[in-house]
Design a protein around this ligand. Structure first.
Ligand code: PRP
Length: 186
């Protein structure tokens, strides 16, 4: 970890920035093949997906457009209520569009399950999912990533867009947050 002043706040690095960049390059080649001759609209889910969107979109060697949503998962982390609130909606009419959702992580899969159905109900021609990371609990939902970076263990991770209380999103690596950082507030 290059950030000496927070090194003691983090445990092991699970995915380095270099590993993520290489994997996103591979996924970009797959997406280019799969969407040959089709327009793609990348939909990023704020805020966590900012980093993966920036890196993945720039790895694509073909035209692409981007839009953003912000959603809030009510009951997230406790009960899977299925209630998701839109905090910021798309600016784009997606009727007939091929949408590729870009996410940082699939944890329970609740957010993406709802989002996929929501975008399909607006008339998207197709909705696929690219996720940088996936946790084991995701296999309990009906969500599968069409394009997946890495499976990671069920630990509290930060970096590459993922936060704890809005901190650490800017780290290039995905690292396990030291439990003592959140033990007292839970
Ligand atoms: C995180 C992450 C996904 C979601 C995944 O977002 O960015 O959107 O949770 O969890 P799930 O698979 O259990 O639904 P969060 O709500 O923390 O907002 P953020 O992106 O602004 O950090």
């Amino acid at each position: 970890m290059r950030y000496d002043d927070i090194a003691d706040e983090l445990d092991e690095v699970l995915v380095t920035g270099e590993q993520m960049a290489q994997r996103l390059d591979e996924l970009a080649r797959e997406v280019e093949r799969d969407y040959a001759g089709l327009d793609i609209l990348l939909v990023g889910v704020l805020k966590g997906a900012v980093m993966v969107m920036a890196d993945f979109a720039r790895a694509l060697q073909r035209p692409v457009t981007m839009d953003w949503m912000a959603v809030s998962s009510y009951g997230h982390g406790t009960t899977s209520s299925g209630v998701v609130r839109i905090l910021k909606d798309l600016d784009t009419d997606i009727d007939g569009r091929h949408v590729l959702i870009v996410e940082d992580i699939i944890d329970s899969g609740l957010t993406l399950s709802w989002l996929r159905d929501n975008l399909l109900s607006r008339g998207a021609a197709s909705v696929k999912i690219l996720a940088a990371l996936r946790k084991p609990d995701a296999v309990k939902s009906d969500i599968t990533a069409d394009y997946l970076g890495f499976d990671i263990p069920n630990k509290f991770v930060v970096g590459f867009g993922l936060d704890y209380a809005e901190n650490y999103r800017h780290l290039r690596d995905v690292a396990v947050l030291a439990p003592r950082m959140y033990a007292q507030s839970e």
